[in-house]
Ligand binder design. Structure first.
Ligand SMILES: O=C(O)CCC(=O)C(=O)O
Ligand SMILES: [Fe+2]
Length: 289
């Protein structure tokens, strides 16, 4: 563990190998597939407070796909306890202490044959309410659990080492991070060498850690298999006004009776349930012009 702490601080990312055992990952995979089937029942992106299914008819795959599901802890008891499994505390405590809230809980799919399976380079700090989080670099840790093997071919996460030390760089701010691409010149303008990106190849059960300022993105899934990835992001409770409890005084803490709105402040006015009408795909955007 000392190596992990050192590496995340100096490099802006670290990989905990064998974080979960193969038996755990069998179950995680089965529950995540169950969530996928649940998502497919919606004709479009659906939201009910923090719970979200990002659903679209993919123009290449020519079928309905689910790209992300957020906070499925509300509909899946196994995933509810997984997000606050004591093994997460063991990894997080050296960074965040024993009082930890959770800001994101996301499952990502890159359905084989689909068009929208890549993420432009960005820093996750962009998606946070800076007013609600203090010391964002040190007070947060984002984790990515490999459910399938993560490979260059299927669109493993790519990271720029030490980019977290450069502050907020404003990459890919023109629209969504799931359309277009990041030109080398944009990286160079931000002081990054396009050749320096590292592909985080992982086995099922490995856990990637990164910071809200680490520049990262991922390529499309060019394989014919699944690429399932689970992102949980945590914050030191003393530095955050937001988030669901994960650990209080080191004790794993279940969700309460009502959701705490985490990331999307608009949900305070309009908590849902509702379908999201605006469609960010290039096809829909072209149709609107
Ligand atoms: O699933 C991925 O490859 C990464 C997605 C990502 O970076 C994000 O949603 O912020
Ligand atoms: Fe990200």
């Amino acid at each position: 563990m000392p190596n992990i702490v050192e590496q995340l601080r100096t490099e802006g990312y670290a990989i905990v190998r064998g974080f979960f055992a193969p038996e755990d990952m069998q179950r995680v995979g089965a529950e995540v597939d169950r969530v996928y089937r649940e998502g497919l029942r919606h004709h479009a992106t659906y939201r009910d407070r923090n719970l979200l299914f990002e659903v679209l008819d993919d123009p290449h795959a020519r079928r309905r796909v689910v790209l992300q599901a957020h906070w499925t802890a509300w509909i899946n008891p196994y995933l509810e306890s997984l997000r606050r499994d004591p093994r997460y505390l063991r990894v997080l405590e050296p960074f965040l202490g024993a009082d930890i809230r959770q800001m994101t809980h996301q499952i990502h799919w890159k359905p084989p044959g689909a068009k929208y399976t890549f993420y432009r380079y960005h820093q996750d700090a962009r998606f946070r309410n800076a007013a609600a989080t203090r010391n964002m670099l040190e007070s947060t840790v984002t984790t990515g659990l490999a459910i399938d093997p993560q490979t260059a071919e299927n669109g493993a996460l790519r990271i720029f080492p030490r980019s977290h030390l450069r502050g907020y760089l404003g990459l890919s701010e023109d629209g969504t991070i799931m359309t277009g691409e990041t030109p080398d010149e944009a990286l160079q303008r931000a002081g990054l060498d396009p050749q320096a990106a590292v592909t985080c190849e992982m086995q099922p059960g490995d856990l990637l850690l990164w910071t809200l300022y680490t520049v990262h993105g991922s390529g499309p899934n060019r394989s014919c298999g699944e690429r399932r990835f689970m992102i949980n992001s945590y914050v030191r409770a003393a530095d955050s006004e937001r988030g669901e409890w994960a650990f209080r005084n080191g004790v794993s803490t279940p969700l309460g009776p009502e959701p705490e709105i985490c990331k999307y402040e608009q949900l305070r006015e309009r908590p849902g349930p509702f379908y999201v009408e605006d469609d960010w795909t290039e096809e829909a955007q072209a149709g609107q012009r």
